[in-house]
Design a protein around this ligand. Structure first.
Ligand SMILES: Cc1cc2nc3c(=O)[nH]c(=O)nc-3n(C[C@H](O)[C@H](O)[C@H](O)COP(=O)(O)OP(=O)(O)OC[C@H]3O[C@@H](n4cnc5c(N)ncnc54)[C@H](O)[C@@H]3O)c2cc1C
Length: 472
């Protein structure tokens, strides 16, 4: 197994898409098989050597960034082990990226439905964060598609965990009692009566073990899709439209507020000048609805007074790719914005129950409008699951505390409405306070108990999910 200590090599592992600075490590292991990982785990445990797992380094919460110890770079574990067309499953090593898997599946007309936006992410990273994407509106998150995991613990033990396989049957003492919100959620360890053991590992942000094999479910690729970006004069009209769409079957339902459109306008001068908000909708055309679907959506768009001549339509692949790029330009543009202001970005990842969405939405506006002079902000994202990303960019360094306080107020409000502080990005090293708002000291203590069971030396992915000081 290769080991590296050259600082210039290590440096490239100290950044993901969070703003977390100051990462450092003494070295990097590059395992090529389970035996290598068992050796690393045993060496780490006997020497109390902190180990941080690194995958595609696209995470949004600093989960893969080490603060001491050694890195485990998973990139050599990048084999597609099997694609079984008949049973519609794929078995992969953790460093297969979403884009590589998709390219391979295309050949047999299959699709892995979870579609996190950043396709250079590795399957291992997406399992560890329970990532989701715009099509989670229809297909759920990564959790819903993972059937089996092979996980190596820091004790060196190998677990082969299948679904179904109740946690209560194998580890009854590890049942937890805190209650997860009934919304899309990636905050903290999974906890539900009757849950499967595998669900404890999915979304545990690499704190319980190293995933070395993943079996996922697949579906047939779509016969065809029809995409549209519809523009509305006001935010309320766009939200009304989105809520109407939720009553029907769609693949993707995304929202862009006025500031998001302004941010994208230099790249997309064709955004109508009257647009106050937009909704991106992707629907499936199948053999049954093919002849009527256009009429169907045209009626709904008309009902909501969308000017069809202003809407952007994706009928062929080229048009769809243009619309996809527009949607993907949002996170990248906001990252450019904070670099321009030489500040940092504060990003919320909140989801709330459907009947609380409008209250949360109004709360965002009532808190954000008065501070517009000091903070640039955008609201965008997965309105289909009541999950908007509100990103704040302080205009000067002096306004960083204000941005921080504002996000904390959003988290408190969301929790009071039965929502989550993190619907898809996880807690990582930067959202510990938010998790505490959700589950309190008692809930966090239960998670720490689980962590100590699977990683008794407490060396793996220290600082993810909760502060490492709680493990002392
Ligand atoms: C432009 C952009 C758009 C994004 N859009 C989305 C989106 O739509 N939805 C979404 O959910 N996320 C999104 N993200 C965030 C990111 O892509 C996801 O969190 C992704 O799951 C991270 O995967 P990764 O391979 O990059 O993992 P990394 O960032 O390398 O690691 C993430 C975490 O997983 C752990 N880990 C990695 N591999 C393993 C393993 N084999 N065993 C155990 N633990 C492991 C790491 O230690 C770390 O804690 C976006 C990021 C960017 C930059």
């Amino acid at each position: 197994m290769l080991k590296k200590t050259d600082p210039s090599v290590l440096q490239s592992y100290f950044e993901d898409s969070s703003n977390l600075q100051g990462g450092h490590a003494d070295g990097l292991f590059l395992p090529e098989n389970d035996k290598d990982i068992q050796d690393i785990a045993k060496e780490g445990s006997s020497n109390r050597l902190p180990l941080t797992i690194s995958a595609g380094t696209t995470g949004a919460t600093g989960g893969c960034i080490p603060f001491g110890g050694w890195l485990i770079g998973t990139e050599k574990l990048n084999r597609i082990i099997e694609i079984d067309d008949r049973n519609r499953i794929a078995v992969v090593q953790p460093a297969v990226s979403l884009e590589v898997l998709d390219k391979e599946l295309k050949k047999s007309g299959l699709l892995y439905p979870p579609d996190p936006t950043e396709t250079t992410a590795f399957l291992g990273g997406t399992v560890a964060t329970n990532a989701s994407g715009s099509r989670s509106f229809r297909f759920g998150a990564t959790r819903d598609w993972v059937k089996r995991l092979k996980v190596i613990l820091t004790t060196g033990e190998i677990l082969d965990i299948k679904r179904p396989g109740p946690l209560s049957a194998s580890y009854p003492s590890l049942l937890t009692h805190y209650q997860m919100p009934a919304v899309k959620n990636a905050a903290g360890y999974y906890s539900k009566p009757g849950m499967d053991l595998i669900d404890l590992f999915i979304g545990s942000e690499g704190t319980l073990g190293i995933v070395t094999e993943i079996e996922v479910g697949l579906i047939s690729r779509f016969h065809d899709t029809f995409d549209i970006i519809a523009f509305f004069p006001t935010e309320n009209e766009a939200v009304d439209f989105a809520f109407e769409v939720k009553k029907h079957e769609a693949l993707t339902l995304e929202y862009f507020d006025h500031n998001s459109l302004e941010l994208l306008r230099p790249l997309y001068k064709q955004i109508p000048s009257s647009a106050g908000a937009a909704v991106y909708l992707e629907t499936e055309i199948n053999k049954d609805n093919g002849s009527t679907y256009l009429d169907f959506w045209a009626q709904i768009l008309k009902k909501h007074k969308v000017k069809l001549e202003d809407a952007w339509i994706g009928m062929n692949n080229k048009q769809k790719e243009e619309l996809r790029k527009f949607r993907h330009a949002m996170p990248e543009s906001i990252n450019e914005e904070f670099k321009k202001h030489n500040t940092v970005k504060f990003a919320s990842d909140i989801a709330v129950p459907e009947n609380s969405f409008r209250e949360m939405f109004d709360y965002y506006n009532s808190e954000l409008e008065p501070i517009s002079g000091r903070i640039f902000w955008v609201k965008f994202g997965h309105i289909g699951q009541q999950h908007l990303h509100v990103n704040l960019v302080p205009r000067t360094q002096a306004d960083i505390p204000l941005a921080k306080e504002t996000i904390m107020r959003f988290v408190k409000k969301a929790v009071s409405l039965g929502g989550t502080c993190s619907a898809e990005h996880g807690i990582g090293k930067i959202k510990h306070d938010y998790l505490k708002e959700m589950y309190g000291d008692q809930g966090i203590a239960e998670m720490v108990r689980v962590k100590k069971y699977f990683d008794p030396a407490c060396i793996l992915n220290q600082g993810n999910v909760f502060p490492k000081e709680l493990l002392l």
